[in-house]
Ligand binder design. Structure first.
Ligand SMILES: N[C@@H](CCC(=O)N[C@@H](CS)C(=O)NCC(=O)O)C(=O)O
Length: 223
């Protein structure tokens, strides 16, 4: 994992499901893990997340990991309904949407190499967020249940302040962030990654180390 990166999404799923996990940090500069391994030998693409199982098998790609985790325990059906239930496909549809239409474009907004097209990318993301905000079926994306898609959406939307996207223009999305940020297991995951709330509403979280080293002048709040 890397603090506040998309790896936070399967991390939240693990905590929500009460799974026993060991978090291993990846230094994206050196591609070394905090337990001294070459990360490229674990995931040849070099990006997080990767899930290593007890038998050494490795699963990559966040949405696939989140689904695997939910399917691995009976209580996971609350976060990803069983095969044959159309709600499962609905959750999968959102996972794909978040991955392709939000996660990847938002990552480009962090990259100065794409600065000349950031405005256009931001407009495209805004279009997708407008669509999404009109789709909320309840407190969460598909209704009452907090699903693996909600965990993923929370993590991507948490990057809004860095990518200069003001979520307050979509009250449904801003409310969603507050609701998810208040979940005890989500707070546990945020603390485990040493993330601190840094906005007045306490719904966006950044690595403590980043807040300490950037020129941001507020005072971080322990989640
Ligand atoms: N398709 C991958 C993308 C993962 C991804 O973009 N990870 C980012 C963090 S959010 C990363 O590690 N980037 C570093 C890099 O690409 O080298 C997935 O969904 O798991």
């Amino acid at each position: 994992m890397t603090a506040a990166a998309c790896s936070l999404s399967p991390h939240i799923v693990c905590r929500e499901l009460g799974l026993d996990i060991e978090l291993v940090e990846v230094d994206r500069e050196t591609q070394r893990t905090s337990d001294g391994k070459d990360y490229l030998a674990i995931n040849g693409n070099g990006y997080v997340p990767a899930l290593m199982l007890d038998d050494g098998k490795v699963l990559t790609e966040g949405p696939a990991i989140a689904q695997f985790l939910a399917d691995s325990v009976p209580q996971g059906a609350a976060m990803l309904p069983e095969v044959g239930n159309l709600r499962r496909n609905e959750v999968q549809s959102y996972l794909n949407f978040i991955s392709a239409e939000l996660h990847k474009p938002m990552v480009l907004l962090f990259n100065p190499a794409y600065a000349s097209v950031h405005e256009q990318i931001r407009a495209q993301v805004a279009k997708r967020l407008s669509w999404l905000s009109g789709r909320f079926a309840g407190p969460y994306l598909t209704g009452e249940a907090f699903t693996v898609a909600d965990a993923y959406l929370f993590v991507c939307l948490n990057w809004s302040p860095w990518t200069q996207i003001n979520l307050k223009q979509w009250p449904a999305l801003h409310g969603f962030m507050a609701r998810v940020a208040a979940r005890p297991k989500v707070r546990e995951a945020l603390r485990a990654e040493d993330l601190r709330a840094f906005d007045v509403d306490g719904v966006y979280f950044a690595p403590n180390a980043y807040l300490a080293s950037s020129n941001w002048t507020g005072s971080p709040v322990q989640p």
